[in-house]
Design a protein around this ligand. Structure first.
Ligand code: F0G
Length: 498
């Protein structure tokens, strides 16, 4: 069954009355659609995060900066009337929280393509397409939430979970945002899409573009992304350009290109990316039966993910799906920490770009686009922004590995950051904490192998955590092909464990 039909069924018949989902912007088109019996699923407009100016979604084209003040846009849904209803205007368009919870749970048992996506299952809270039938999906989302027993025991905080976004179709959290933004590109008739990337956005974009039959252009910093990610971009048929610059340099080049060519920009300045990326927050809330954990901890690079999760939680609270927001903390690598510096300097009011350097290449970003959105989320939730060293990242990654939870280094900053928050007394033993793991371990196996071989860190970097590193390293050994030799090796290695 085509996705369009699947969607229409889920929306029209599956939804109990009171959902109020068939109106909003653009009002005229929706009303016309109603009269003629057509459906239009689009309820959104764009609002500038800086000056508050509002435009229609399609007015932004491929340039996602406000003409007046240069800030980024945010998707908003005026029909929801989150402010509580205008003068004499009833809140009839606002989705009903109880009905949504019911509908979303029902869809988990559905075989329809859109219902099987962990993003589009929640489509009532991302009505960004004229027709949900245009959604390009690889059945992203629905990622596991693992209880981290070893970390819980080591830190004295019972309830530590990892929401593993690396278990998405291309191995990173980017898929949730790519399904939403690339669907917009397709619906608006673009032939080409493009992004600058540290590797995961490009992998996701290339895959979704291939599914949609669109062409894609990838700009990546030469020699500074993990091989697994580069391979994906090639595999999915993107035009892949390695530029002699860093991520921030790639962004600069691309922002000029999209002004000159009809190419749709899929970096996270594109506000539709954030609409998909907010859905893991819904999954987390749903997992905890709509009571939320005390704390969600995310890595910070270009800072769209923290912004997206915060937006998701803010909207959930406004719609009455949850009763409070968890703290959201953002952790950066010490070598790529412009937001941490900003918080130290003036509490997140201004930012100075830095020259970024970290082996967690996914977050090797010195001039993050969404920093103001992320700073707002940290402020409004009472979270924190900290940084962690290269050795702390490596140890945290190996510790997660020991729990059977592989992740790429950028994801492990969350556990490294949690350790600091616990040590400072900012996370209490009774708190429930969710770490957002953003990428799959196989994205960057060189990093893992270098760690276990002992070639990852310089001696002075490793020194403060030398005992932990020694205990975690499990280098592969070359052994003669006989049972005796293998057993002798086993005995020798085991004797070193005690
Ligand atoms: N973790 C991973 C694995 C990432 O790939 C990224 C960003 C982040 C964390 C940071 O998320 O930028 O929203 O703060 N990767 C981008 C890319 C920049 O191009 O793949 P953020």
């Amino acid at each position: 069954m085509p996705a369009t039909q699947g969607f229409t069924l889920g929306w029209d018949i599956g939804a109990p009355s009171g959902l109020g989902i068939a109106s909003g912007l653009p009002q005229a088109r929706v009303l016309a659609g109603r009269l003629t019996g057509e459906m239009n699923d689009n309820l959104h407009q764009l609002r500038c995060f800086g000056c508050g100016v509002r435009i229609r979604g399609d007015q932004a084209g491929s340039i996602f900066r406000c003409k007046d003040c240069g800030d980024l846009f945010e998707v908003e849904y005026p029909g929801w009337d989150l402010a509580g209803g205008g003068k004499g205007r009833p809140n009839t368009d606002r989705p009903n929280a109880g009905a949504l919870k019911w509908l979303w749970r029902e869809r988990r048992a559905s075989g329809e393509l859109l219902d099987r996506s962990g993003v589009w299952r929640f489509r009532e809270v991302l009505p960004i397409l004229d027709s949900f039938g245009n959604a390009v999906t690889l059945q992203e989302g629905n990622t596991p939430l693992y209880h981290l027993r070893r970390a819980a025991k080591a830190l004295g905080v019972d309830q530590i979970y990892a929401k593993h976004q690396g278990m998405n179709p291309t191995g990173s959290f980017k898929d949730t945002g790519m399904t939403s933004a690339l669907s917009v590109a397709k619906e608006r008739g673009y032939e080409w899409v493009a992004c600058a990337s540290t590797g995961n956005t490009s992998a996701a974009m290339a895959a979704y573009a291939a599914r949609a039959g669109l062409k894609s252009l990838v700009l990546i910093p030469q020699g500074k992304i993990a091989w697994g990610k580069l391979a994906q971009s090639m595999d999915y048929g993107a035009v892949t350009c390695q530029l002699q610059t860093d991520f921030d340099g790639c962004v600069k080049v691309l922002s000029t290109i999209v002004q000159e060519a009809p190419i749709y920009l899929l970096n996270s300045v594109n506000p539709y990316r954030l609409e998909g990326q907010k859905t893991p927050a819904l999954e987390i809330a749903e997992y905890f039966d709509w009571s939320v954990p005390e704390h969600i901890i995310v890595p910070g690079g270009n800072l769209a993910n923290s912004a997206a999760l915060g937006k998701g939680l803010r909207e959930m609270k406004a719609l009455g799906l949850i009763s409070r927001m968890p703290k959201i903390s953002v952790i950066q690598a010490a070598g790529a920490n412009p937001l941490v510096r900003s918080f130290l300097k003036d509490d997140g009011k201004t930012i100075e770009p830095v020259t970024a350097n970290t082996r967690a290449t996914a977050i090797r970003i010195g001039n993050p686009a969404s920093w103001r959105k992320a700073a707002r989320v940290i402020h409004e939730t009472g979270g924190w922004c900290l940084d962690v060293s290269e050795a702390e990242i490596a140890v945290a990654k190996a510790e997660l590995g020991r729990e059977g939870i592989g992740s790429e280094p950028a994801s492990a900053v969350t556990l490294a950051g949690l350790k600091k928050l616990v040590a400072d007394g900012r996370v209490a033993p009774s708190d429930t904490v969710v770490l957002l793991l953003t990428g799959h371990t196989l994205k960057d196996s060189d990093y893992t192998i270098d760690f276990h071989r002992g070639t990852l860190l310089e001696a002075e970097e490793a020194a403060p955590l030398a005992p932990e590193i020694a205990a975690l390293r499990r280098n592969a050994v070359e052994v003669e092909a006989t049972p005796q030799a293998v057993l002798a090796t086993l005995k020798e290695i085991q004797s070193r464990w005690v």
